[in-house]
Design a protein around this ligand. Structure first.
Ligand SMILES: Cc1cc2nc3c(=O)[nH]c(=O)nc-3n(C[C@H](O)[C@H](O)[C@H](O)COP(=O)(O)O)c2cc1C
Length: 244
């Protein structure tokens, strides 16, 4: 199989890393690949912060609810949606345009595409990693820690390193659920969904040696109940986004 396709199809998040450091050359390649991500109107509306300071890592780990890989990963990249930089250099008549929902959407999409490219580049170079959105439990804390100006907000931390252990890929939804042809997909086969739920339950059961017995629906319901993060709206608005 084509090597790139193999990497993509074998993706699974890695949360255990060896002590092997990631060389500057490798980091540079990962960052340059991130930069080559497609970007809406060429805005490049994102900023990446390499988090090296152990105290800052520790703070992020606490924000994330104690996720160990936030401090153990040799490389941690904080991806931020960023409209601030362009506001400083663009001379537009309608200044409010920066604060509309479209600008918000563009910056989130740009940062996310860049992060995905960084992730794939890292995987192609033999690294593994995990996206940690759990740091958004404390967005004001992150803003303070990294001196984030208005019109910048942190999305997630990409933790990378050489894998100590890699899980089998987690089965995704049957393709017909997520891809329609010419219209929104409608699926009138409940059994398909029940089978997928059971597939995830079995996968998690095996992965955790019986400690976790949640199917797909239970997992998602649990996440929504425990991490609604309503306060993210206030934070994002306080930073100047979504005002229009
Ligand atoms: C935006 C985003 C936030 C995530 N946040 C976390 C997180 O805080 N902690 C974690 O362990 N994994 C996190 N993940 C990883 C997902 O749990 C993981 O990608 C998903 O369960 C699928 O598993 P896989 O990546 O192994 O295929 C996050 C992924 C994304 C895209």
């Amino acid at each position: 199989m084509n090597q790139t396709i193999e990497i993509l199809l074998n993706h699974s998040s890695v949360r255990n890393f060896t002590d092997q450091p990631v060389s500057e050359e490798t980091i540079n390649t990962i960052l340059r690949c991130a930069q080559m991500a497609p970007t809406s109107s060429f805005f490049q509306a994102y900023t990446i912060i390499r988090v090296e300071d152990p105290e800052k890592r520790q703070a992020l780990q606490e924000f994330s609810g104690g996720q160990k890989w936030v401090t153990s990963a040799p490389l941690a990249l904080l991806f931020c949606a960023d409209v601030h930089r362009n506001m400083g250099i663009l001379d537009v008549e309608d200044k409010e345009v920066f604060h509309n929902t479209e600008s918000f959407t563009v910056s989130v999409a740009d940062a996310t595409f860049a992060a995905q490219k960084a992730f794939i580049a890292a995987q192609a170079l033999g690294l593994g990693g995990v996206v940690v959105g759990g740091i958004r439990n404390n967005m004001p804390g992150i803003a303070q820690l990294f001196n984030l100006p208005d019109m910048v907000f942190p999305l997630f931390l990409l933790c990378l390193g050489y894998p100590k252990h890699k899980n089998d890929p987690k089965p995704r939804l049957p393709l017909q659920f997520i891809c329609g042809v010419d219209q929104y997909p409608t699926i009138d086969n409940d059994q398909l969904f029940a089978d997928y739920d059971k597939e995830i339950l079995d996968y998690m059961h095996q992965l955790t040696q019986g400690r976790e017995s949640f199917g797909f629906v239970d997992r998602l319901s649990f996440a929504l109940k425990n991490k609604p993060r309503y306060e993210v709206t206030d934070f994002v608005k306080s930073k100047g986004f979504l005002k229009k």
